[in-house]
Design a protein around this ligand. Structure first.
Ligand code: AP5
Length: 213
């Protein structure tokens, strides 16, 4: 299964991808996590990406396409993978189709997480992430047992630089302008399923399971 999770920032793609990793053992390929990894390692790619990410803008297509091209060639991706946050522009979707078809593969399913922008601001501004194991929390709806500490590994939780209100607004506007057309791209191929992402994480997980049938 090659699965694309598509949806606005904060719609729950990462939360649901992590559940699928546990339940189905498919690797999660998050371009956002890859770029943040490059930033924390202080690489040249990370330095370049940071200037775009801090503003809420997209990193250039060729950079993220290159990351996905390399990552999908690794051995753990040969039975399938979950794309979380990629593709985010129509040229990225076209490049993905081309690279997969060169390998005799294709995107099997795309799931669009539908939710109003008004709900996303509070989800993102309250999000806290573990920089060590990637576990995710929310200051109101998914509180850690000990404030500021990860339940799973005890590492301090961080607030993403791009989860500030002014950057969130920019990311939402970039989503509507540049990423929403990707849903139409997949709709035209008949591979798109839409789910209501405004319900509880458990209900979203059930809707996602149905969309994968
Ligand atoms: P990226 O890291 O991909 O961020 P994003 O797409 O903006 O998505 P998020 O991680 O913010 O949200 P999510 O949908 O995963 O929600 P989550 O599960 O975390 O990208 C960051 C930046 O990197 C981009 O702005 C861009 O600059 C660059 N980039 C990345 N990919 C790129 C690409 N392909 N091309 C170009 N540039 C790229 O949940 C959010 C919060 O809500 C959490 O606190 C969670 O606990 C809570 N929550 C989740 N589900 C629910 C629910 N059902 N009910 C209530 N709360 C919930």
């Amino acid at each position: 299964m090659i699965l694309v999770l598509l949806g606005p920032p904060g719609s729950g793609k990462g939360t649901q991808a992590k559940k699928l990793v546990t339940d189905r053992k498919w690797p999660q390929l998050s371009t956002g996590d890859m770029l943040r990894g490059a930033i924390s390692r202080g690489t040249q790619l990370g330095l370049e990406a940071k200037s775009f990410m801090d503003k809420g803008a997209l990193v250039p297509d060729e950079v993220v396409i290159g990351l996905i091209r390399e990552r999908t060639q690794e051995s753990d991706c040969q039975q399938g993978f979950i794309l979380d946050g990629f593709p985010r522009t129509v040229p990225q979707a076209q490049a993905l189709d081309k690279m997969l078809s060169e390998r005799g593969k294709q995107v099997d399913r795309t799931v669009l997480f539908e939710i109003d922008d008004s709900e996303l601001v509070s989800r993102l501004s309250g999000r806290r992430t573990c920089g060590n194991c990637g576990a995710m929390f929310h200051v109101e709806t998914a509180r850690p047992k000990t404030e500021g500490k990860c339940d799973q590994c005890g590492h301090p939780l961080t607030h993403r630089d791009d989860d500030r209100p002014e950057v969130i607004q920019k990311r939402l506007s970039v989503y509507h302008q540049q990423t929403a057309p990707v849903a139409e791209y997949y709709r035209s191929t008949g591979k798109l399923r839409s789910i209501d992402a405004s319900t509880s994480p458990t209900e979203v997980a059930h809707a996602l399971q149905d969309a994968l049938k």
